[in-house]
Write a protein that binds this ligand. Structure first.
Ligand SMILES: Cc1ncc(COP(=O)(O)O)c(C=O)c1O
Length: 427
């Protein structure tokens, strides 16, 4: 469910704002988010978890824009962070430290120091080497860091190999069959307090079965660890709930919550780390047609948006449903075309063999389900400016990240003069 709809004139709107209004004011390409959808998704998920002692720690990696975060923080969300930068963002919008968990396989010593100083809820630890650094850093600060091991239950799940994290061959987590030994080691460390267990098996998971088997394994482990004398207060079940992209249905939050209830029960504090579920369908990428190229074998619609603005189609073969912003009057003759960007890569393709009404230069096209892993993955490849972001609420909209100027894009570069005719290897 989202809040992008056609009005009576056949113009696509985000809540009460026609997308052409945003295109004229901000230019294209631009991401547009609907605040009403963000709020709705958060509430639907929270309501599905009724009766559970739960914390929704929104996974910032999906979309860390401060305005998105502020809205979710106001609704009571916590944060799942994977870097010092994300921790800083969570703190800036006032998410209390006891609602923040720190995930990721490569936390640096200084990031660990920041999180120890912030007194966060839990470090989700991914290796013995990382545990040793957390122990040292916390010890030096005269503290004990609360930790959970991220266990790898050897479950295959996720919308694409690159976002499947729960099987043994990935870099994520510690093997679940080694967990008891590792927890025993952690308990002996003076800078560590064992508080929980963490699992995250992948992203865009549409089937409840892998969650059932992963959570079942975690429950068994929790019982063993408690029998070993560990005080397991928190079970963090990660994110990964699959959402609808186009016609493909998502995994209903209620179905997911039923699996949680059936496996993990109601006795333990549960942390959830949804990202895509909250922001995915709350965003669209709005682009303009630059050229119709009909003089080769295929009919190309060349847009002003490219893979540097939305990487997922190129990276994962992901499909973001394209729609025209102005519906044609009457019965238009739909034609098959490929939607591509201007970047100098053959892979700069948003969608192939799409049936769309006739398009011309200047027309607007929007891609759905672009709120998660969209703007945050954007780059300046081909020296294209970072794509801006707009938030709509009712009839109002605001630019929540503007397009940088050329000067701003160049600002970090320093001149370093080298002689053009210098001979390699000469002193
Ligand atoms: C540890 C962890 N938690 C949560 C998430 C969020 O996943 P999703 O956006 O699929 O809910 C991810 C995404 O990769 C992750 O790595």
């Amino acid at each position: 469910m989202h809040h992008f709809r056609y009005d009576e004139a056949g113009v696509l709107c985000a809540e009460g704002v026609p997308l052409p209004v945003i295109a004229r004011a901000v230019g294209t390409p631009v991401y547009v988010y609907a605040a009403a959808t963000l709020r709705r998704h958060y509430r639907v998920f929270r309501d599905a978890l009724h009766g559970l002692d739960s914390l929704i720690a929104y996974s910032l990696k999906a979309n860390p824009n401060l305005s998105v975060l502020r809205l979710l923080a106001d609704l009571g969300a916590g944060a799942d962070v994977v870097s010092g930068g994300e921790l800083d963002r969570a703190q800036r919008v006032g998410i209390p430290p006891e609602r923040i968990v720190f995930s990721g396989v490569g936390k640096t010593e200084s990031e660990i120091g920041e999180a120890v100083a912030a007194d966060i809820l839990q470090f989700n630890v991914e290796s013995v080497a990382e545990l040793a650094v957390i122990n040292r850093v916390a010890g030096q600060a005269g503290r004990r860091a609360p930790i959970a091991f991220r266990v790898n239950p050897d479950v295959t799940a996720g919308g694409h190999a690159k976002i499947a994290t729960g099987h043994r061959s990935t870099k994520f987590g510690v093997p679940i069959d080694r967990a008891r030994e590792l927890y025993a080691r952690a308990r002996a460390m003076p800078g560590i307090t064992v508080t929980g267990i963490d699992v995250h098996i992948g992203s865009q998971i549409l089937d409840a079965a892998p969650f059932r088997s992963a959570f079942g394994a975690v429950v068994e482990l929790a019982a063993q660890l408690r029998a070993d004398g560990h005080d397991i207060r928190v079970i963090d079940v990660g994110g990964g709930i699959g959402i609808p992209y186009g016609a493909q249905p998502g995994l209903a939050p209620e179905t997911y919550a039923d699996v949680v209830r059936a496996t993990l029960g109601t006795g333990t504090r549960l942390v959830f780390e949804p990202g895509r579920l909250i922001v995915g369908n709350a965003g669209m990428l709005l682009a303009s047609v630059l050229y119709m190229k009909e003089d080769s074998e295929r009919r190309f619609v060349i847009l002003d948006a490219a893979m540097n603005d939305l990487l997922r189609p190129t990276l994962y073969g992901a499909r973001h449903q394209p729609v025209v912003v102005q519906r044609p009057d009457g019965q238009a003759d739909h034609r098959t075309c490929d939607l591509v960007g201007p970047v100098c890569e053959s892979g700069d393709i948003f969608a192939e063999d799409v049936l769309l009404p006739p398009l011309a230069a200047g027309d607007l096209v929007a891609f759905g389900t672009a709120g998660a892993y969209g703007a945050v993955m954007a780059s300046e490849y081909n020296s294209r400016p970072l794509v801006p972001e707009v938030m709509v609420s009712g009839e109002r909209f605001g630019v929540i990240r503007r397009r940088p100027t050329r000067e701003e894009s160049l600002a970090l570069e320093e001149p370093f003069s080298v002689e053009a005719d210098a001979v390699e290897g000469s002193p």
